[in-house]
Design a protein around this ligand. Sequence first.
Ligand code: NAP
Length: 335
Amino acid sequence: MDINIKAIMAIPTEQLWLYGAAAVCVIWILVWLWRDNLEVPAISEKYVFVTGCDSGFGNLLCKRLDRRGFNVLAGCLTEKGADDLRRATGPRLKATILDVTNTASIERAMEWSKKEVGDKGLWGLVNNAGRSLPMGPTEWMKVQDFESTLKVNMMGVIEMTLTFLPLLKQGRGRVVNVASVLGRVAANGGGYCISKFAVESFSDCLRRDIHYFGIKVCIIEPGFFKTAVTSLEPIERELHRLWNQLTPEVRDCYGQKYFDNYIKVQRFIMNAACDSDLSKVTNCMEHALTACHPRTRYSAGWDAKFGWIPLSYAPAFVIDSMLKFVLPRPAQSVS
Ligand SMILES: NC(=O)c1ccc[n+]([C@@H]2O[C@H](COP(=O)([O-])OP(=O)(O)OC[C@H]3O[C@@H](n4cnc5c(N)ncnc54)[C@H](OP(=O)(O)O)[C@@H]3O)[C@@H](O)[C@H]2O)c1
């Protein structure tokens, strides 16, 4: 190919810089895409443990990993959940009962996994199990309402990870923790946002501490998706329970109109914002488990990518004002 030096020399210097910068950007993007698409070999020899597989993301992920040839170890909360999953998948998927709030149950799951993986160790631990309720105004909560969520979403993740760490070190594997956009923006009272902020910080500390042993830590930050966690019926049932347990003085502070409008806002948000394509989340989990160079954070869903995550970098007053605009005002509000 003849390079026309004269023609290049005739291009103004500013334009040359511009072309150079554009070329560097294109090359950088191409290299990034190539690197991002590199996959680990020998998937059929790898074992992945997933928690919370009865329904939602965990259930779909198990089916997808099974189809890809992984040896899936599925932790289900109920016997029915485990049976249904076994029926829907191939012989390589094994299911066990696991309650992440129960130390004995976690120990049993670890001993069972140890026998399953043999000398290969564990390639992946997906801490997916979670619950969201109760969610609502902070003043409506009792301490136990926070504890019930934190036990599953925060302490469950920590205890599972610490218990399975020897197997993960053996397999030079990965920890994939399911956080949430609500672990970046605290938009709801109750234990959920607190627990997901905790998952974010636990994962950051863990990643910085254990990369020396070849273990990678990934955080999945889904936006709003249609699963049991965002189902309106239990959300409303819990809001009624919280409302009914308030003292008459506190209830008067808010007023019946506040309660009715609060429920309407929840209905609007859950109906308008929830995406039914759960594969947007499981694709991220799969990438974290199969990529040679998994990402530290995955934001799943358009609302996460273009709404919640950019908003998480905004000054607090922006989110405060938005929530003030969306949520109703208590009857005895003074500001
Ligand atoms: N859906 C969303 O919009 C969204 C957004 C961001 C993050 N997330 C997170 O994604 C994860 C999966 O949730 P999902 O949306 O797929 O909802 P889901 O269908 O309710 O899945 C959660 C699973 O965890 C199980 N579980 C609850 N308590 C448990 C315990 N103590 N021990 C073991 N398993 C337990 C549930 O079992 P049962 O069904 O038997 O209770 C269920 O199978 C959760 O960590 C959630 O916080 C969800």
